[in-house]
Design a protein around this ligand. Sequence first.
Ligand code: BGC
Length: 378
Amino acid sequence: MRRKVLGMLLGVAIAAILLIGCSSDDGSENTDKLIIGKVGISMPTHSQERWNRDSAYLTEHFEEVGYETILTFSDNDAKKQVKDIQDMIADGVDLLIVNAIDGTALDEAMEEATEAKVPVISYDRLILNDAVSYYVSFDNYMIGKLQGEFIADNLELKNAAGKVYNMEITSGDTADNNAKYFYNGAMDVLKPYIKAGTLKVVSGQTDFLSTATEQWDLGTAYQRAQNILSSYYTDGTQLDAWLCSSDTVALGVEYAITSGYTGSNTILITGQDGDEANLKNIVDGIQTMTVYKNASDEAVVTLSLAQSILEGREIDASLTKDLEIECRYDTKSYKTSDGKRCSSFLLIPKVITKDNLQDLVDSGLYKRDTDGYLYAVE
Ligand code: BGC
């Protein structure tokens, strides 16, 4: 028998106790689950590895403690995402976790959530609407900063002594609020070197808009990289680094480089996420680093926040203190509108290179196969 009990009345701890060792009259184990609430999870697309992994972690963690989950993927179509969220509200969800395709295109759905008194956690990407209760993400500016610092340190730009290094840039989707943070974080580190002439963006495509990749699409990143290589690098000009905001776009750039760059030097290529194909390229020396974001930890913080919201508890920095997850409570960095700052829980990312790939295996979230490559544990 399925019973729905309001999460507000029943703490998860109590639910867990009730679930443990439940047995039927005949003594057999009772597999019925006590449902303590219904949570809607709205993801942007199946087409990127990250969101498949994140949604698996989220559903696993929420279901483990007794929430029923509804999961939707909106095919990178913002209108579909509005409809998917509306359907979940109609379905009676107690809370929404939304990873926005376009942070500015969800007003209609957010209005309905407010009317239905359904709290919204903006997951990973910020929704620019004041209906958002809280934001859970990684420190997005820091991600860009780590990428920029990696390039600056590895090219030893501080001690370049008159040498000029050539670089290109591939940023993310302008509709994704994160993308500008990644770009700014990296460029705040690299701009002084560009100004000083130590670092040169040969294509001249340096600002956010001219380097952006709609929908973070691999094929789009590939095509733009191919154009840049054939227009500026076929005369023997050496390319030293390519700042890529994410693993998906890095993969596109890497396809273009392996098929269209004639130089023999190693090019520093950054990434973000720890996608399997990119980890393989790190092993093979094609990609140099990725900024890894432990999406399982992000799901755990999201669960803890959702429980606190649904149980009416006070929410502050203490939320994550027992979780053993590096996470910063930040009430200043993000705004959902001009006048409204959004309280955020920002996890800390980590640089992964060929030298510390084992850390991913040690986290238990990846395994190394006999081929030497890393695969996410299902
Ligand atoms: C996420 C990244 C991801 C990118 C493309 C961003 O909002 O924070 O982890 O690589 O979207 O999906």
